[in-house]
Design a protein around this ligand. Structure first.
Ligand SMILES: [Zn+2]
Ligand SMILES: [Zn+2]
Length: 233
């Protein structure tokens, strides 16, 4: 049994994932892609709040009551801050350096991973180093598939997870989650949740945390239709 390399994932790698030399399970890879595709939307929200912060306090000739600084203002500026390509030297086997001095720029989190991959694979980096371009580059099939086979794949997943939590905390924009009225095929509790843009449905029961495709859930419902009916009543 080989566990997925991500510290925040409890799945064992399946035979087909091991055969592909993955260190990350396929759901983790899909989750990373979903995060990277969510980032441009989050950046629009961050830029909107930066705009509000920097365009004075008068609108339409009326003086707007100046309230206390918006929470997370410093974090907004940090997250949108620039990061240099050459600062992004990563030691994939070193300890992660979680500093407590506010959020790292999004670009500063993405560049070391993009740089590591471009250098090892001799692939061209994105033409510009905006967070949007970096996220798009990293979400492309080849870089992401290659990263999912590296010993540091789990570190990358965990670091991006932390980034998304920070970004979502600042913007207050989260993918919508909806409860599903079907018992979890594994633990039988009513704890299944589907999330916008995500391929998998999660069981949120702390002892279970299974994930299912829609096809798997449809199959489970077809062999236990009475469970569904009881639930709908
Ligand atoms: Zn995983
Ligand atoms: Zn469950």
């Amino acid at each position: 049994m080989t566990p997925c390399a991500a510290a925040t994932c409890t799945r064992e790698l399946r035979d087909n994932e091991l055969a592909a030399h993955q260190t990350l399970c396929t759901p983790c890879v899909d989750t990373i892609r979903t995060w990277l595709l969510e980032l441009p939307t989050q950046i629009i929200v961050l830029e909107g709040s930066r705009q509000r912060e920097t365009t004075g306090s008068r609108t339409g000739g009326r003086t707007v009551h100046r309230t206390a600084p918006l929470p997370g203002r410093a974090d907004t500026l940090n997250l949108l801050g620039p990061a240099a390509w050459c600062d992004g030297v990563r030691d994939p086997y070193g300890d992660s350096t979680d500093d407590q001095h506010g959020a790292l720029p999004i670009a500063g989190v993405l560049i070391p991973w993009v740089r590591l991959i471009t250098e090892e694979r001799r692939w061209n980096p994105p033409l510009v180093l905006t967070p949007q371009a970096l996220a798009e580059w990293l979400a492309a099939p080849r870089p992401l598939a290659w990263a999912s086979r590296q010993p540091w794949g789990g570190d990358m997943r965990d670091e991006l997870h932390q980034l998304m939590r920070t970004v979502r905390d600042v913007t207050n924009v989260r993918p919508r989650r909806r409860a599903i009225t079907q018992p979890c095929p594994r633990c039988d509790s009513l704890t299944l949740v589907e999330t916008d843009h995500q391929l998998y449905i999660d069981c949120t029961h702390p002892d279970c945390q299974s994930i299912f495709t829609r096809a798997e859930l449809a199959f489970a419902a077809s062999i236990h239709p009475e469970a569904l009916k009881a639930n709908a009543a």
